[in-house]
Design a protein around this ligand. Structure first.
Ligand code: DGJ
Length: 753
């Protein structure tokens, strides 16, 4: 059972499970101080010495005749600006008199078993008694009769602290939140490297590492989505932390809209990490009696390096974020028709693809964009969610039933938040489009964003989708979102609430998901935003998987999936094998290379199987059979990154290990061949040291500790010899020849053979 200890005398809270500790205290001024987050420490009567109250010339102090209490010099939990702290605060509130000074001080606290849901927002949850416990600290600003509730949850089996904040206005004044982050934490020092996930369309979540320097280093989104540019996550690691060992802290926001994640280093070289809704373009009015709930932030610590940090996130997200019947449930092998047909298809064509897919072993067919309105290009019909009878004479209703009758499940693409100018919806409800009165309207992909901050719009889209879903046999929805927001303005919000627009928009997205899930609990949702522009923990709560990228090139996918694995579980990474030459890069890679990458994800195909040769079809049959056999290990095993493609010219290695550690699947990838290459040896991880494992390569046997300590020797690379001599054979000059090679080996424990 996780433990939260409150020491009445020292006013300290110690949250701990078997591996981590988080310690905070009530400061002399009634605000909360931060004492520690990291590897578990033994509880003791007092940790007050860690406060280190001290003096410093040229700063300000809170109490008369006291030169020791300056918030400038104190590590805090949820700091405010303007009362001796000059760093960026966790929140800022404007009062009716225009002032921004508040004074939230300790009023009480509650410690309870479990975890409360966050109203209208995604979040992690607790299961049976003892799974998690929560500390809620209530702070009060008496002058304005407002409350601030800071919530901290610790789990028994997941090494995370889940934090959020809630503001409640019990007074008469109209308050305005100008900033309301989810978490802030002050580290004792700043000897860290910061790791973030950056990118763009078709190259999402590439890893960037930088030394943490004095000043502010921040990543944000202002696009109305969490974005491909930066992901709502950052990690801090010590300079000598590796993938396998050393301190690694991860901070992840369970949110899909504009965010801020930053590290501020002050003059004493302490590091403040802040995470939450982006304060830029955000204000929230708290009328008398109203409350504001921030999204949740997940903080994790691992002593086992970056892999340990990622495994903490993976376990938590698989088991305490993904909900319903999809928790820990293996994902169907999908065939999606997008790259096979784009908009050019009819029922006949779709049935032919689906029939072949079924023969190959596919389990679910997904009809992508182009089935509705008069959608023959991206220029029209978004918003008109009824079947195009020219393409599908029996509608989606008829098609879905025919596909089900083949023994396949059926999935359907929607882009619920969008509308084209050429559409019935636009004709009828031009007023539902996001636009600023009197200003020109920008488009993206010839489409406009519907105002999801308006519940009426959300309700209309729900009814339209419900109609299709009720009359068809639909097991899966791909929810796409192909443009960012401009000219932000909510016409139903009123002039004083425009700062609420972006957050209300995301609340509208969450509300629609929630209603659909309630009405169709079995449907598997896959989120998508031109690929992975909204791959975040917020959406994982509703859609347990996400289309990781429109880039289906095997080589690029290595980097995308490697980076994505920093935070998000393998089960959530939508990964399909597509045709070559690849449609995004025109690169040709072998079919086994593409599959070896895609196996480590929510696996499927994105091609026309009828256009594949007989030999390729046979290969696909083999791939699907193999994947199904090991699907549980691929999707829910422990994932280890072994070789970093960002540091090795794109070459990578990774592996998954089953829960009982008796099955492991290792894969390595070489992008470009090089002459006389250096020798290759890779240490595996996560195995049972004393057990013997048989390798699928040639049935050779290794002890687990040999594989982990001495390493494993993958195929030798071709040495490019020019001497032709009988003694020089293909084998002794290296079997791994040419560009785009990959190897995948299964290691099975030998007991009981
Ligand atoms: C963007 C998605 O990422 C693609 O997979 C596809 O669904 C298209 N949109 C359809 O318009």
């Amino acid at each position: 059972m996780p433990n939260i200890i409150f020491n009445q005398e020292t006013k300290e809270f110690h949250l701990q499970n078997k591996r981590i500790s988080y310690i905070l205290c009530i400061l002399q001024n009634g605000q909360l101080g931060h004492l520690y987050f990291g590897k578990r420490v033994t509880h003791r009567d007092s940790f007050q010495h860690w406060l280190q109250l001290r003096t410093c010339s040229h700063t300000a102090y809170a109490f008369e005749k006291n030169f020791l209490f300056s918030l400038d010099l104190i590590r805090q939990e949820y700091p405010c600006y303007g009362t001796t702290d000059y760093r960026e605060p966790a929140y800022q509130m404007e009062l009716e008199n225009g002032s921004r000074i508040t004074n939230f001080v300790y009023k009480g606290h509650e410690i309870f078993d479990g975890k409360k849901p966050l109203e209208g927002l995604p979040g992690t949850y607790a299961e049976e008694p003892g799974d998690a416990c929560t500390l809620e600290v209530v702070l009060e600003d008496k002058l304005i009769q407002a409350e601030l509730v800071l919530s901290y949850t610790i789990y028994e089996n997941y090494d995370v602290i889940c934090r959020s904040a809630r503001f409640i206005n019990h007074g008469e004044e109209r308050l305005k939140l100008r900033r309301a982050l989810s978490a802030s934490i002050d580290f004792y020092d700043s000897e860290f490297e910061m790791l973030q996930l950056d990118g763009s369309w078709a190259r999402e979540r590439h890893i960037t590492k930088r030394k943490v320097e004095k000043g502010i280093q921040a990543i944000t989104s202002t696009r109305g989505e969490s974005s491909a540019e930066h992901n709502p996550f950052l990690a801090l690691k010590r300079p000598d932390t590796t993938e396998m060992q050393g301190d690694a802290y991860g901070f992840c926001l369970v949110y899909s809209g504009n965010f801020l994640a930053q590290v501020e280093v002050d003059r004493f070289e302490t590091a403040r990490v802040s995470l939450g809704i982006n304060p830029f373009e955000f204000t929230w009015i708290l009328d008398s009696g109203a409350a504001f709930q921030t999204p949740e932030a997940v903080l994790t610590y691992s002593a086992q390096g970056l892999n340990g940090m990622s495994q903490n996130f993976h376990a938590l997200f698989n088991e305490r974020l993904v909900r319903r019947c999809w928790r820990n449930r293996e994902r169907p092998v999908v065939l999606n028709n997008w790259e096979a047909t784009y908009f050019r298809f009819d029922e006949q064509k779709i049935l032919e693809i689906a029939e072949k897919a079924k023969k190959l072993g596919v389990e679910l067919f997904v009809l992508d964009d182009g089935w509705f309105g008069k959608r023959n290009s991206s220029r029209s019909s978004l918003g008109d969610w009824y079947s195009d009878r020219e393409k599908l004479p029996d509608g989606v209703e008829g098609l879905s039933k025919k596909i089900e009758a083949m023994g396949l499940k059926f999935g359907l693409w929607f882009e619920p938040e969008m509308v084209n100018r050429v559409s019935r919806l636009y004709e009828e409800h031009e007023d539902w489009v996001i636009r600023t009165p009197g200003r020109p309207m920008s488009h993206g992909r010839s489409q406009y964003v519907l105002d999801f901050s308006n519940p009426e719009v959300v309700d209309y889209i729900f009814q339209a989708m419900r109609k299709i879903l009720e009359n068809s046999k639909i097991s899966y929805i791909k929810w796409d979102m192909n443009r960012t927001i401009t000219e932000a303005y909510g016409s139903s919000l009123g002039t004083d609430r425009q700062g609420e627009f972006f957050h209300r928009y995301i609340l509208g997205v969450y509300a629609l998901y929630e209603r659909l899930i309630e009405a169709f609990p079995e449907i598997l949702f896959e989120s998508c935003a031109s690929g992975g522009a909204r791959f975040d923990a917020g959406l994982l709560y509703y859609a347990p998987q996400c289309w990781a990228s429109d880039d289906t090139d095997g080589v690029e996918r290595i980097k995308i999936q490697y980076g994505t694995s920093m935070v998000y579980p393998i089960s959530s990474i939508g990964a399909h094998v597509s045709a070559v030459p690849n449609h995004q890069l025109r690169r040709t890679t072998p079919l086994d290379f593409r599959a070896n990458v895609a196996f480590f994800g929510a696996f499927g195909y994105e091609l026309d199987p009828n256009a594949m040769t007989e030999e390729e079809q046979q290969q696909i049959i083999g791939q699907i059979q193999f994947f199904k056999k090991y699907r549980k290990v691929f999707q829910f095993g422990k994932f280890y990154r072994l070789q970093d493609p960002f540091a090795h010219q794109g070459n990578a290695a990774w592996m998954v290990v089953s829960e009982d550690r008796r099955t492991a699947i290792f894969s390595c990838f070489k992008v470009l061949a090089s002459p006389n290459p250096k020798l290759k040896k890779i240490a595996l991880a996560g195995l049972l040291p004393e057990k013997q494992y048989r390798c699928s390569r040639a049935g050779e046997v290794y002890y687990g500790d040999e594989l982990m300590n001495m390493g494993f020797l993958p195929e030798m690379e071709f040495t490019g010899t020019y001497v032709r001599d009988p003694e020089i054979t293909e084998e002794n000059s290296g079997g791994d020849a040419g560009d785009f090679t990959s190897h995948l080996y299964v290691f099975e424990c030998r007991d009981g053979e």
